[in-house]
Design a binder for this molecule. Structure first.
Ligand SMILES: [Zn+2]
Length: 181
């Protein structure tokens, strides 16, 4: 695995229009881990791709009505089978964290990379997802000089709104994370 021009070589690249530039002189200093499933508890990766590319049909499932108009994205998605999809180059700002704060710095999207794991609060994650995630974290830590303490969950930067990656995400299985904080 390698990064060229802020894109992982081995990732399947699907451009999301839901991104913009990071604020000037803002370096990447945080990695936020998320979980997503569409609909919740079902693993239909294509629905997540549609959400991030504004192609989700609100009539396909009752749950989609509330989210189909949202403009959201993440830099990466790790599917249940460990495949890695990239939607936004790392030097651009993806729209994944929403209202959030890390060490008194607000708007975490400005300075973070977002990684979605296909999953949900009520399910364990696949071993192959942890393997892919660890490879990616090692790569990103080296490329952008991110310390272990700056690898956190969405639930840690938006505790009143978000629960992902949730109670079944095993922080001891990754080479970093909030346990070091
Ligand atoms: Zn999230």
């Amino acid at each position: 695995m390698n990064i060229s021009d802020h894109i992982i070589d081995d990732a399947r690249y699907i451009a999301s229009p839901n991104h913009d530039s990071r604020p000037e002189k803002t370096s990447i200093s945080l990695i936020i881990i998320h979980a997503i499933s569409m609909p919740v508890g079902e693993y239909v990766t294509e629905n997540i791709v549609k959400l991030f590319t504004n192609e989700l049909n609100p009539d396909d499932h009752p749950d989609f009505k509330a989210v189909s108009d949202l403009k959201v994205s993440s830099h990466l998605l790790i599917t249940r089978s460990g495949d890695v999809l990239q939607f936004v180059p790392f030097h651009k700002r993806a729209w994944h964290a929403g209202i959030s704060v890390f060490e008194e710095q607000e708007n975490c999207n400005d300075f973070s990379i977002g990684i979605e794991l296909e999953g949900c609060d009520d399910d364990i994650f696949e071993e192959i997802q942890y393997e892919a995630l660890n490879s990616i974290l090692n790569l990103l830590k080296k490329e952008y000089l991110i310390p272990n303490k700056n690898i956190v969950g969405h639930q840690h930067v938006a505790p009143e709104r978000k629960t992902d990656p949730g109670p079944n995400f095993d922080w001891s299985k990754i080479n970093a994370g909030h346990l070091d904080r």
